[in-house]
Design a protein around this ligand. Structure first.
Ligand code: HEC
Length: 280
């Protein structure tokens, strides 16, 4: 290597270290603002608060159909079952509300968190399972719609209206965030597509019969009930999208998906949550 090139590289590396030291949040917050601005330029008429509608924001007909379905949602039975799970005491006699900050209200938007003691990302589902185990119950299977799915479908509605507020602080958190980010932007599958190819580069574009939603806002409304009352969690949706590009998907609850959810949720920071909505 020529001396001068080598010198420049070393200088750049040094600069990188310096820049990294300025603020632990510079990375995630810059990433988010870049995306927000990208979409602002692309869709100047789209209001910030409408991003929580995802693809419905581009389709007035689908939006009015959504509004009428949301007046009498076909899945209220599922939410009632979730409420029952939420209020049934655990073996110790305590409830989930005793475990979670603020009795479990207006907290869902803080999750996933990075737990420094455990050294990993803890999703809301994980936090509920930690509560179960601490109170003598078996953990629920992540991805089981009838237990954890219903429980979170109800529990998250207690945070409707809360603004998403994911925090990435410290080295471990940053590593997990970066891992999630590289899953989001990494091309995979026979079709060689990344999440970003569809939900950043091609947001607003129709693919087969569907309009592609922007990543900003996507994490605000889960679980969703698809086609009536089929409960779908956010990580199940990741699975569906990976299947679509013919990539063998991960399992809900895997480290890769948890880290992806961490990054993905951060991109919706500042937007209002509304859980358990209808989706086609
Ligand atoms: C080939 C394009 C494609 C790729 C790649 C893709 N998706 Fe999707 N995704 C879709 C389509 C189509 C839908 C349904 C329409 C919509 O809401 O965008 C969708 C929906 C979603 C939704 C639900 C949006 C909502 O609010 O209802 C989420 C979340 C999502 N994708 C996340 C991801 C993630 C994360 C990845 C990467 C693991 C990914 N997608 C990869 C095409 C894609």
């Amino acid at each position: 290597m020529k001396k001068i090139v080598k010198k420049t590289l070393i200088a750049m590396a040094g600069l990188g270290v310096l820049m990294g030291a300025v603020s632990a949040n510079a990375g995630p917050e810059e990433d988010r603002l870049k995306l927000v601005n990208h979409f602002k330029n692309k869709f100047p008429d789209l209001k910030q608060e409408d991003y929580i509608l995802s693809a419905l924001a581009f389709d007035p007909d689908a939006k009015s159909q959504y509004d009428s379905i949301m007046e009498f949602p076909p899945y209220t039975d599922e939410l009632d079952k979730g409420k029952k799970l939420w209020s049934t005491p655990l073996k110790s006699g305590k409830t989930y509300a005793d475990c979670l900050p603020n009795g479990g209200k207006n907290v869902a938007g803080n999750y996933p968190i990075f737990d420094n003691t455990l050294g990993k990302v803890v999703t809301l589902e994980d936090a509920l399972n930690l509560c179960r185990v601490a109170n003598g119950d078996e953990p629920y299977k992540i991805g089981d719609d009838n237990t954890m799915g219903r429980l979170t479908a109800y529990m998250r509605t207690l945070s409707d209206g809360m603004k998403m507020n994911i925090k990435v602080e410290g080295e471990g958190a940053m590593k997990a965030y970066e891992d999630g980010k590289s899953t989001f932007y990494g091309r995979v599958g026979q079709l060689n597509f990344s999440c970003g190819n569809c939900h950043v580069d091609n947001a607003g574009v129709r693919i087969r019969s569907e309009l592609l939603s922007p990543v900003v806002g996507q994490a605000t409304h889960w679980p969703a009930f698809r086609g009536g009352d089929k409960l779908t969690t956010l990580q199940e949706r990741y699975k569906g999208c990976q299947n679509n590009v013919r990539h063998a998907p991960d399992k809900p609850g895997s480290t890769r998906y948890n880290n992806l959810e961490y990054f993905h949720s951060y991109m919706s920071n500042g937007l209002e949550m509304k859980s358990s909505v209808f989706r086609k």
